[in-house]
Design a protein around this ligand. Structure first.
Ligand SMILES: C[S@@+](CC[C@H](N)C(=O)[O-])C[C@H]1O[C@@H](n2cnc3c(N)ncnc32)[C@H](O)[C@@H]1O
Length: 233
């Protein structure tokens, strides 16, 4: 039964259309700040319609680092259900600017349909701003769109969780990491080898970049290793 409800909610049906105002209102009213409570909310609320594709032991430590670092400009490449956009946005300061870059439909999670825009826009508090760019991160025009949204600001925290091929994640890093401010952070998901989906090759790029960068950190859950790596700029 819950599978059917879930399918209706995550599809584009009438049920979702009717439920959306309640979800938007619940998200707007959510003033939790504890990472574990936020994770439970994102996984369970409205049958997990904004659930993240992350393990607790990787995303919670990242949320804690973000909470300490207080980045004012956060850019996420790869949003899908909105799970990490929600969780990481909740750790930002009151005046933060949030940008999501994702395909309308895409590999490695599928992008998101347009009815979700309103839900994702509700992730920003009234004192924050959010911009949702629906485009291919690898296109120069997308980089230009981002630059224009940033309006001269640098990125304080970049989260890369888009194209998981070796070439894809490398390109995202090479295109967007230069926009990160000194003292800022770049994090990426799936830094462990994925033996089930061999298209995922982020671990190869992570192994290379870890050697080159001065300060890095990684969180890998024991039972389901996907892993998040952070580079401190
Ligand atoms: C694994 S999902 C993101 C999951 C999300 N960060 C979470 O944990 O809640 C990957 C997303 O990257 C997007 N993606 C893949 N290639 C992309 C590209 N070239 N440009 C923009 N987005 C891309 C997909 O559309 C998909 O929504």
């Amino acid at each position: 039964m819950s599978v059917i409800i879930d399918a209706l909610l995550t599809g584009r049906g009438l049920v979702w259309f009717l439920a959306k105002p309640y979800l938007v209102s619940s998200i707007r009213r959510n003033n939790m700040s504890n990472p574990d409570e936020l994770l439970i909310y994102a996984r369970k609320k409205f049958f997990g319609v904004i659930r993240p594709m992350q393990e607790r032991d990787e995303i919670v430590p990242l949320m804690e680092r973000v909470g300490k670092q207080k980045p004012k400009v956060f850019v996420e490449i790869g949003t899908a259900n909105g799970g990490t956009l929600f969780l990481l946005s909740k750790m930002l300061p009151q005046d933060a600017f949030i940008v999501s870059l994702d395909l309308p439909q895409g590999e490695f999670g599928g992008g998101y349909p347009s009815w979700r825009r309103e839900v994702y826009e509700a992730f920003a508090k009234d004192t924050q701003a959010i911009s949702l760019i629906r485009a291919d991160s690898h296109q120069v025009t997308s980089l230009e769109q981002l630059r224009s949204a940033l309006d001269g600001r640098q990125i304080d925290f970049l989260f890369i969780d888009g194209d998981h091929t070796y070439e894809g994640v490398k390109k995202d890093y090479e295109m967007y990491a230069p926009l990160v401010a000194k003292g800022g952070m770049v994090a990426m998901h799936d830094i462990s080898e994925n033996v089930i989906d061999t298209r995922c090759q982020v671990h190869r790029f992570w192994a290379e970049i870890k050697k080159k960068e001065k300060k890095t950190e990684q969180f890998i859950a024991k039972d389901s290793p996907k892993g998040i790596g952070i580079i401190y700029k």
